[in-house]
Ligand binder design. Sequence first.
Ligand code: SF4
Length: 283
Amino acid sequence: MSRLNLSVSIDSHSGFCFGVVEAIKRAEEFLDNGKQIYCLGQIVHNEEEVKRLESKGMKTITNEEYKKLKDAPVLFRAHGEPPHSYQIAKKNNINLIDASCPIVTKLQFRVRKAYLRGENVYIFGKHHHPEVIGLLGQTDDNAVVFQSLEELNLKQLPATITLFSQTTRNKKEYAKVINFLKSKNIQVKVNHSICGEVANRQPEIEMFCKNHDKILFIAGKKSSNGKVLYGVCKNVNTNAHFITEVKEIDASWFNPNDSVGICGATSTPQWLMQNAKKYLEDL
Ligand code: SF4
């Protein structure tokens, strides 16, 4: 028997969302046929999964590298891309594998339509996040992106705005933003654009965290959804720890016979949570 005798379970709702599953599937179809594929930006905000795919031959490239590439297969990840990236693909004869998540593509379309109608588009999202760059591109970079209400200068806000949210924002925070703006007599045309895959995970993960002594939350450092969900975990269970890889686990976090729950973001691979489970069970 192991020294700590931890009882460990993995949250059945954690792990890749369907947008990420599909993007990885598209990449692996190429890689398994022995072909090289380029991916514009990290395919998923999880360093461990990126390493796994890169070891199979995938090459992650920056925007600068992408601009110089010609006649090569390039995958657009689930976050989506701005129109400019498609123009480059056409110009440079890129074999485009477009794995933009259909939910993001639909949102881009809605943002574009609002912009073309001449509405004042505001996006509640993280600056420089790839999905937000894609959305901003639909407005020829004219939309206002804000991460928090403090960033908005209320005196300069137009009387009417059209509001969108990045798909991975926290639902309660978005509701706060909407209510605050309305309370300032701003006409807000609200678009409910938080992805159901993310929104539904918040109450589920809350319940999961309440039912365990300790929580191990696994996600990449760059994962927005990871930050949001970890915040939810920490709120209900102060004994929650954020790690990106198994070697960061510290045995001193646990007491003998603790029940430990492992959960993660929409970008956390299942195999990584399984490895952590095995590691904990051997402690
Ligand atoms: S979180 Fe939702 S919108 Fe984003 S990639 Fe996943 S399924 Fe698509």
